[in-house]
Every structure is written in C-alpha cells, then in structure tokens.
Design a protein around this ligand. Structure first.
Ligand code: GDP
Length: 426
C-alpha cells in the first residue's frame, strides 16, 4: 500500500492538477493539505476544462473521496461558488465525495478585504498577492483569531465567538486602513449563506484517514504551489503563507502520524513564476512572449500573464531536495517543440563565482543565470506515448533533468489531456 504526495518543485503552476487528475484512478482518497483559493489547478477531462481553486482534483472521479484538510485556508464563500460551478457542469459534489476537516479554520470575509487594503497600501512595494485573503488568514490562524469549521455545528456559540473577533478586526480595518467596518449584520448574512452551505460537508477527516489507512486504502496528497513558495524554505517574503512541502502533508491532512511513501515532484519543462520576487533566469522581450504564448501561461485564478524563463536546474535541484521527491513528472515538454535550441539555466553566478546551490532568499536578487543551449527536437511530440519514441534530443533533455536533480523521471506530459502522458518504469 502506498500513500503518495504530488507536489510542485518550482514556483507553482507546474501542472500538478493535471498529474493528480491522471493519478486519482489508482487512489481512494485525495487530500488538499495546505493553501487556499489563491492558485488554480487546471484540469482538462471529458467533462470540460476546469480551474479548481480549493477543491481536490479527485472530485471528477466517481468513487474517490476528496478531503480538505485542516491545513487549508477554508474560504466558505469561494468553496461554495466552486461547488456550484462544478454542479452546473454536471459534476456531482456531495457530502459523500467531499469531506471538510472540522479542524479547518475559516477564512473570513474580512481577510480578503484586508489583503486588498494591504496591497494597496504597499503600492509599488507589493508582494503580488492574489488578494484572496491568504496572508491575513494564516496570520489570524496563528493568532487564534478565527474559528474552526467544526464550530459551524453550534451557530449561536459560533456567532458569539465571531462577534468578538469582528470587534477586534474592525480596529485594524478602520484605524489602520481607514476602511469601513464590517457590521454584525453583514457577518450574520455571510454565515447564514456560506457557513450553512458548507456545514453538511464538515466532519472528522482524521478519523476517515485513519480508517482508510487501516483498511489498506490508498491516499493521494495534493499540494498547491511549489517548493520555492514554501513559507519556511522558499523565496521569503515572496512565498505563500503556508507550507507547500510534502513533509507537511500528514499534518495538514489530519493524520500527523501517517507516512507518505512516495513523493512525485512536478517540474515544468521550462520555468514560470507568478507575481513579484526574484526570478533569476527570467526571459524578456520577444523570446519570453513566444514561450508564454506557446505554453498559454496566464494565471488560472487571475488571468495575469506569467513571467517565463528557461528550465532552472539550480532551483529544480533545490526544490527536489526540499520535497524529498522519490520521482519526478516533467510537464509541458511539448511546449518546447518550436525551439531550435533550448536555453537551460545550469548555474547561478553569485559573488563572481559559478554555483549550483540555490542562494539564501535575501541574496537571490544578486544572482545571475548561467545559460547553456541544448538541441531542440524540431517536431511535434504530443502524440508520443513511449519514452523510446521521443526524439533523441527530447530524451536527452529528460536525462539532463534526472542527472541534475538526482531523481528519476517517471512521467512525461506532452499535452494537457489525460492521455497525453509517457510513463516510464524504473
Ligand atoms: P497547477 O496549478 O500546478 O496544476 O498548474 P496550472 O493550473 O498552471 O496547469 C498547467 C496548465 O498547463 C493547464 O492549463 C494544463 O491544462 C496545461 N498542461 C498541463 N500539462 C501539460 C502538458 O504536458 N502540455 C501542455 N501543452 N499543457 C499542459
């Protein structure tokens, strides 16, 4: 029996959603264990194209139980809207296939408001927040100034608790930011609408995971964003506010003692980065526009054009070690087919020296990329399904990643569709 985590190796948007969607057929349970609705997985399947923000990607598979663990930023409003969108497209979302941890703290309406107010205050020094309230939410979680989803079971008690928190939060909204206070009526209305809507899904997910583990069922942990966005080990302060690493999966899922047997690190065949912060190998101008167009690199949540760059072996090696990846999935290899020669960032230059170590975050701005060009393959590879059938240059590209990261590549994705995948046995 194997429990597996599917995690991002780089800055996020590596195509984890697509990998989880593919792998869910072998698992009974899919768990989101961190993050919130601030990023988006894009999944393409027979029901259409979906941008998932909070729901686990297993939601499309009949029989799969999907769990939102205690580590996520549970935004009842966004979650409910997402559930309704899926239902409208014929995807059933019920308390049978979606379970929300009773220990998941609630992202409250003022978190989004506070996020936007702070980004506006920062003006040109902003972090590039998606304004989904994630940073204020996690700060408040650590300050114990929110409530857990399980508290929805007792609306009277919950309302009293939240009114106390609201009075405290209004001090920040009005006195720090000079914004309007949130009224108790607004809070009550929000609770009646969204709190009630998600209440039937709330349960003790730790118990479900424990039972599943005992019964030999397989659990898949699905991460949001990538290793370089991890709060503790990423490019702080341009990280997210949660832990994106596989090591956090059992804690954020609801069963801290569970062992993750396999960690699949998802690496994109080139680099993308959303928002602000150092991005050492960033491409600019026409070269960047061409890659962005070829890979359709626009944010799933915001529609913002993503910053693009070549594959960064320094960052990738670091991400693989942070994740403890036991195998890799390389996505979007097909996107590079138009290039005659493919740039790859092999090292950084720091203090006049070539290094393959990923620098301390505060020193990243001083690093410059060392770029090497490798051969392109010059043909469409989207129909290839076996590694041996890839052109030699494409095989060498994959082997270069394996060597640099010291980790085997088990999957190569050559298109967004479920079946556009090359599986390799090692
Ligand atoms: P995630 O958050 O890590 O799942 O990343 P995104 O939501 O940014 O997903 C990556 C995007 O690339 C989605 O639009 C996918 O449909 C698409 N995609 C995933 N894998 C491939 C691939 O191998 N080739 C191509 N051309 N597109 C892909």
């Amino acid at each position: 029996m194997k429990h597996t985590a599917v995690v991002g190796i780089n800055w996020g948007d590596e195509g984890k959603g697509r990998m989880v969607d593919l792998l869910t057929e072998d698992y009974d349970i899919v768990v989101r264990y961190q993050g919130g609705g601030n990023a988006g997985h894009t999944v393409v399947n027979e029901k259409g194209k979906f941008a998932l923000h909070l729901l686990p990607s297993g939601i499309f598979r009949p029989g799969v139980v999907n769990i939102l663990g205690n580590g996520v930023a549970l935004d009842p409003e966004n979650l409910w809207n997402e559930i309704e969108t899926l239902r409208e497209k014929g995807v059933p979302v019920t308390p049978e296939n979606l379970k929300i941890s009773d220990r998941a703290p609630l992202l409250l309406p003022w978190h989004r408001q506070q996020d936007a107010l702070e980004e506006a205050r920062l003006a040109d020094k902003k972090y590039g927040s998606t304004k989904q309230g994630i940073a204020p939410f996690y700060s408040d979680k650590y300050q114990k100034k929110t409530v857990m989803a399980g508290e929805l079971a007792d609306p009277e008690k919950l309302r009293a608790r939240l009114r106390g928190i609201l009075a405290w939060k209004n001090l920040t909204l009005t006195r720090v930011y000079g914004a309007e206070a949130v009224t108790e009526e607004e809070l009550d209305e929000w609770l009646a609408r969204y709190g009630e809507a998600i209440r039937p899904f709330v349960c003790d997910t730790g118990e479900i995971l424990r039972e599943a583990d005992r019964a030999g069922r397989r659990i898949l942990f699905e991460a949001q964003l990538g290793a370089l966005r991890d709060l503790d080990y990423g490019i702080f302060p341009y990280t997210t506010s949660s832990n994106t690493l596989a090591a956090y999966a059992p804690v954020g899922a609801g069963l801290p003692s569970l062992r993750v047997d396999e960690v699949i690190g998802v690496v994109k065949a080139y680099s993308t980065c959303v928002g602000e912060g150092p991005f050492t190998a960033e491409m600019n101008g026409e070269e960047a526009d061409r890659l962005r167009e070829a890979g359709v690199e626009y944010g799933a949540k915001t529609g913002r054009p993503r910053r693009v760059g070549p594959l960064d072996l320094v960052a990738t090696r670091y991400g693989v070690s942070l994740q403890g990846a036991t195998g890799l999935a390389v996505t979007k290899l097909d996107v590079l087919s138009y290039m005659d020669r493919i740039p790859v960032c092999t090292h950084y230059l720091l203090d006049g020296e070539k290094t393959d170590r990923f620098p301390f975050p505060a020193r990243l701005e001083e690093a410059a990329p060392v770029i090497r060009y490798v051969d392109g393959w010059g043909c469409d590879i989207s129909g290839v399904r076996r590694f041996e059938d890839l052109p030699q240059a494409a095989r060498e590209y994959i082997e270069m990643i394996e060597q640099a990261a010291d980790c085997p590549v088990g999957y190569i994705s050559v298109g967004p569709e479920r079946e556009s995948i090359i599986r390799r046995a090692h």
